[in-house]
Design a protein around this ligand. Structure first.
Ligand SMILES: Cc1cc2nc3c(=O)[nH]c(=O)nc-3n(C[C@H](O)[C@H](O)[C@H](O)COP(=O)(O)OP(=O)(O)OC[C@H]3O[C@@H](n4cnc5c(N)ncnc54)[C@H](O)[C@@H]3O)c2cc1C
Length: 498
């Protein structure tokens, strides 16, 4: 059992009971601060209550109801600093939690067992755009949007596209294997990570993907790069990333199709694929999402249909036009109406409903808030309709309104429960609903998360989802981190994560 008796920052000598072996480690807080200040200039060591409180939340529902205040926060800006803090934490058995922008939805970057938070967001240098080799090298704190803004000067881009583009960091994206609505064509972050610099829990620094490698293809050795991508900070601290970049497409077009029957929407998607087109995005808004959007922005006046699909295609102008016309031809067999646009103004109009849906959800009721919980399941394409219908039924059963939308092209559904956060009863019912949604995903041969990761909110499903492989994950983690100091309590099934 893991227990923490007192907070580290109390002026007294405190006993922290930490990590896998239940050892009690006496750490003097003044000594700890002194040691941190030997590694970092004092302005990059935060110990004041208010400062630490600022690091006690991310974007998750769980963070709202818990106070995960770290004992200290440091802001590293060099690999030597990260290595030194890991050596110090490892000596004392202190938990260390890497953090990017804190835009995660799973408490992943929170110190759920106390310890030190490494805020990497100010270490945000783009070190090199290696145009000749179609890659970019960056430090972990670079914000996704800024990276792409910089790459656009070279006619290039890094394709994964999370909705949090203006906040999330490259380190956080790699740690979460993030993606977005264009994953249907461009895939997820892991497909672009060529190599990493990682500081291991004992402070050792390694380079994955080849120490000096600048090749785009490399199949030598075990693929440690993939091992760290999506590891959510439980295996080490990512301090440098080498990413593959792609030519930026020159043109884009949008088709919006309206369906009177939900079942017809996935059929239309399949028909588009079978016509030889891979759109860069295929999004669905179901009837609940359409209603919420119309309440939020009545001027949009979306038709009260069972589903709306939005297809985006990109590429060269002639190809985009051809694909758009083909989508119209194929989709109109199932749809009530289809509109195709390449004019930027009209495209923005067609896209507007999708772009506001996350905010619009809360408009379903006056005292409602949209919560980020059970928000990210992923199911096989053939079961998207079943998933959407059953989520609605579950919503009715638990008496919680839900809004459904998402990336139908790859089966990643975003469910937005809307509740009154001041009602304990509603919070409890929402928790029941969310658990049922996660279990539904596993039952439908899908996953509890397609994008946002596991953290501390979905780790209770790790064994259900992965079976005996969950135990291998734990053993691999313990190999690198025998004292379990690296972001403990995340990703692995809680009772095994000791
Ligand atoms: C409005 C909104 C929209 C979103 N849309 C999407 C979306 O479309 N797709 C998607 O995938 N996600 C989405 N997210 C979730 C989130 O933005 C992503 O998971 C993002 O990649 C997290 O980046 P971050 O820098 O905020 O990481 P944080 O939240 O700070 O950390 C996330 C995890 O990564 C670990 N970590 C961070 N940096 C490092 C590092 N350098 N080394 C090791 N571990 C590290 C942390 O320990 C934690 O476990 C959204 C969130 C919001 C609030």
């Amino acid at each position: 059992m893991i227990k923490r008796s007192k907070r580290l920052m109390k002026k007294t000598r405190v006993a922290l009971t930490l990590t896998n072996c239940n050892e009690v480690i006496e750490v003097d807080s003044n000594q700890l601060i002194h040691e941190l200040k030997k590694i970092f200039p004092s302005e990059r060591v935060l110990t004041a209550n208010l400062d630490r409180k600022m690091y006690s939340y991310d974007s998750s529902f769980m963070a709202r109801f818990n106070s995960f205040v770290p004992d200290a926060v440091v802001l590293p800006r060099s690999v030597d600093e990260v290595s030194a803090v890991m050596r110090m934490a490892s000596k004392h058995g202190l938990p260390v939690v890497p953090r990017g922008a804190g835009s995660g939805e799973t408490c992943g970057c929170l110190a759920t067992r106390g310890g030190i938070v490494l805020d990497l967001s100010s270490w945000d240098t783009i070190e090199e755009v290696d145009v000749a080799n179609m890659q970019v090298i960056a430090r972990p704190g670079v914000v996704h949007f800024k990276l792409n803004e910089h790459l656009s000067r070279f006619g290039l881009f890094f394709p994964p596209d999370p909705g949090s583009t203006r906040m999330c960091t490259i380190g956080g994206m790699v740690a979460n294997n993030s993606s977005g609505l264009r994953a249907v064509k461009y895939g997820t972050t892991e497909q672009y990570v060529l190599g990493l610099e990682v500081v291991l829990p004992d402070g050792q620094v390694i380079y994955t993907g080849g120490v000096n490698c600048r090749a785009l293809k490399n199949v030598s050795g075990l693929n440690l790069t993939k091992f760290f991508v999506g590891s959510e900070g439980i295996l080490g601290v990512i301090t440098r990333v080498r990413l593959r970049v792609w030519p930026r497409p020159k043109a884009r077009g949008i088709a919006l199709a309206v369906f009177d029957d939900l079942e017809k929407a996935p059929a239309a998607v399949l028909n588009v694929y079978q016509s030889g087109i891979l759109p860069s995005g295929i999004e669905i808004l179901d009837s609940s999402a359409i209603r919420a959007i119309n309440m939020y922005q009545p001027d949009l006046n979306l038709p009260a249909a069972e589903a709306i699909l939005i297809f985006e295609v990109d590429g060269n102008p002639a190809g985009v036009e051809w694909e758009g016309q083909k989508i119209v031809e194929v989709v109109q067999k199932q749809a009530v109406s289809v509109e195709w646009a390449t004019d930027p103004g009209r495209m923005a109009d067609l896209w507007r409903g999708r772009s506001v849906v996350a905010v619009a959800a809360a408009r379903l009721r006056q005292d409602g808030s949209r919560i980020f919980a059970g928000e990210d399941i992923s199911v096989p394409l053939s079961r998207v309709t079943e998933a959407l219908r059953r989520i609605k039924e579950l919503g009715r059963y638990y008496g919680v309104e839900v809004v459904n939308y998402g990336h139908i092209g790859d089966g990643n559904i975003h469910t937005a429960p809307v509740i009154n956060l001041d009602s304990t009863d509603e919070v409890e019912r929402a928790n029941g609903l969310v658990d049922a949604i996660h279990r539904l995903a596993i039952e439908l041969c899908g996953s509890t998360t397609g994008e946002h990761g596991v953290g501390a909110v979905r780790n209770r499903y790790t064994t259900d989802e992965h079976g005996e492989a969950a135990e291998i994950m734990r053993r691999l983690k313990m190999c690198l981190d025998p004292r379990n100091i690296m972001n403990p309590g995340k990703l692995l099934t809680p009772e095994e994560d000791k």
